[in-house]
Design a protein around this ligand. Structure first.
Ligand SMILES: Nc1ncnc2c1ncn2[C@@H]1O[C@H](COP(=O)(O)OP(=O)(O)OP(=O)(O)O)[C@@H](O)[C@H]1O
Length: 242
């Protein structure tokens, strides 16, 4: 999906997003990093289709979006189970998967509690369960490292991999830069409403071809490695000629 020159502000307030242009492709995991108030949640809501930009366009939004807000709106009379069952019915999800997901995120014992009695982290789990009942094409996680307990945080990379394996994509907001080691990870830095893509792991490395006299190969390899470079391959020079 693509965002082109997206501008957002609340009422007549200052611009929160200023000309954001970016894309998320199938197989991508994008972490949006920026300080508190940088506009991360606003950007996630635009991507989710919950907030319409004042200017600019959002195109090719995937059909099925799972959105897990940082603060799940838990001030409701339902128990978690009743809420999830009702939501599943309205959306045509399989309510049978609620128990399975509750177990995966260590929520089974809290299913029959009223939503309003849940802590922030437990309420965020209700958000995660509803987002995953039918595997989303785009999973959006707002600050998952903040509210969720350590056990459930360990499930996040597993869930991300499942979404990717099914051809999906994932967008995560993360004010402390804790999102690491996820497959296909890209990072967007959001500052003063402007978005910049940080250089990814692949962009940090280049391959330099060097011809070395055969008699000096061992010495050259030692020299390169001692300088912290990685020697990828050694081959005859003729292989290189057209
Ligand atoms: N509904 C709203 N009405 C008015 N201003 C808002 C609203 N939501 C967010 N803002 C303002 O927009 C700016 C960006 O907020 P946003 O929540 O998108 O940032 P964030 O990077 O997600 O911050 P945090 O890490 O604290 O959640 C802030 O100045 C915030 O006060």
């Amino acid at each position: 999906m693509r965002l082109d020159d997206v501008w957002v502000r609340y009422g007549h307030g200052p611009w929160v997003l200023r000309g954001v242009t970016a894309g998320i492709d199938a197989g991508d995991v994008v972490a949006v990093v920026g300080r508190n108030g940088a506009g991360k949640s606003t950007l996630l809501q635009v991507v989710a289709g919950l907030l319409r930009p004042n200017k600019g366009t959002v195109t090719e939004r995937p059909a099925r979006i799972g959105y897990v807000p940082e603060r799940f709106p838990a001030d409701q009379a339902f128990t978690a189970r009743n809420y999830l069952v009702s939501l599943a019915r309205v959306r045509g999800d399989d309510p049978g998967r609620i128990a399975e997901w509750a177990e995966r995120v260590y929520f089974t014992g809290l299913l029959d509690r009223p939503l309003r009695e849940l802590s922030k982290g437990s309420a965020q789990k209700v958000g995660l369960i509803q987002a995953m009942l039918t595997r989303p094409d785009l999973l959006i996680l707002d600050e998952p490292w903040e509210g969720l307990d350590a056990q459930t945080r360990e499930q996040v990379p597993v869930i991300v991999e499942e979404v990717l394996a099914a051809g999906g994509r994932v967008l995560i907001s993360d004010h402390q830069g804790q999102t690491t080691d996820l497959p296909g990870l890209r990072r967007w830095d959001l500052s003063a409403g402007e978005l910049r893509e940080a250089a990814g792991a692949d962009d940090r490395w280049v391959v330099v071809e060097v011809a070395v006299e055969a008699s000096a190969v061992d010495q050259a390899v030692d020299t390169f490695e001692a300088a912290g470079h990685e020697v990828l391959k050694i081959r005859g020079r003729r292989e290189h000629q057209p």
